[in-house]
Design a protein around this ligand. Structure first.
Ligand SMILES: [Ca+2]
Ligand SMILES: [Ca+2]
Ligand SMILES: [Ca+2]
Length: 274
């Protein structure tokens, strides 16, 4: 009696196994064949389950509010600590003795930091006069928007808003400026946009600091605003986060502030909010 049953089951099991193998092989091959999209979501995925847990599935003001709470949990640096931090976050991947300057793209000695011509200094991408927050510990020392820049180029950018157009900037190939705005080189357009929008999410009027927000103007002066939002959104699309920008975010998270720029991890959250 048991013998026929065993004989009946064996061919069925073999058939099932053959079907499973047949399905598994092509599926695995297809997954391996798809190149770039596989890497990004898995890298970000670790933070989605933990750091960004309370932001997932949200959009608009709810997403902005959730991200504000998340990124506000941070270690704060003094303005003097920013020098050494930038030497790590903006290190030239090809020369560990140098940093890469934001607007010029030049590689310059870490030790050439200072205020003289030929030095690099601490550029506030969200110009500190827009909200007049200075260099007290807070927005003025938040290295998510502080970058090494050539002293002369930094003074040309001054406190101008960001927009397309103008004439060439000496010492910063690819950058343009006119009387009321500055356009950085293509390689850092998205970086600039994501830094500005990080600041808008991070600073909402607490601890005596202004509520920073983007708008579509280029004459913001000392108002706690930076423009133009429509152009920053374009730049976020045109220049997605590269290895340098992602590594910078990671170094800030691991070593210095222990918070992240959400728009480097999720550039699609820019149009989800604005
Ligand atoms: Ca202009
Ligand atoms: Ca870039
Ligand atoms: Ca804000």
């Amino acid at each position: 009696m048991p013998v026929p049953r065993v004989r009946r089951w064996k061919p069925l099991a073999l058939t099932a196994a053959a079907v499973l193998v047949g399905i598994t092989v092509p599926t695995a091959a297809t997954a391996t064949a798809s190149p770039a999209p596989a890497a990004a979501p898995s890298a970000v995925g670790a933070y989605d389950d933990t750091y960004y847990q309370d932001a997932l599935g949200k959009t608009g003001p709810e997403l902005k509010s959730a991200l504000h709470t998340i990124v506000s949990d941070q270690t704060k640096l003094s303005y003097s600590q920013v020098w050494d931090a930038l030497k790590a976050t903006d290190e030239d991947p090809a020369n560990s003795a140098n940093v890469i300057l934001l607007y010029s793209g030049a590689s310059r000695s870490k030790s050439a930091n200072g205020g003289d011509q030929g030095d690099w200094n601490r550029e506030h991408v969200w110009a500190k006069s827009h909200g007049d927050f200075g260099t007290a510990t807070g927005p003025g020392t938040d290295i998510h928007h502080l970058r090494p820049a050539d002293v002369t180029v930094n003074s040309i950018r001054g406190n101008k808003d960001f927009d397309n157009g103008g004439s060439a900037v000496a010492g910063a190939p690819g950058s343009l400026t006119d009387g009321d705005s500055f356009e950085p080189r293509d390689e850092v357009k998205g970086d600039v946009a994501r830094m500005i929008l990080y600041m808008a999410v991070r600073y909402d009027g607490e601890s005596g600091f202004p509520d920073l927000e983007p708008n579509d103007e280029v004459d913001n002066g000392s108002a706690p605003a930076i423009g133009r939002l429509s152009v920053l959104k374009q730049w976020n699309d045109e220049d997605p986060p590269d290895a340098f920008e992602k590594k910078r975010n990671q170094v800030i998270f691991d070593t210095y502030q222990h918070n992240r720029n959400p728009f480097i991890d999720h550039p699609e959250w820019v149009p989800a909010i604005w």
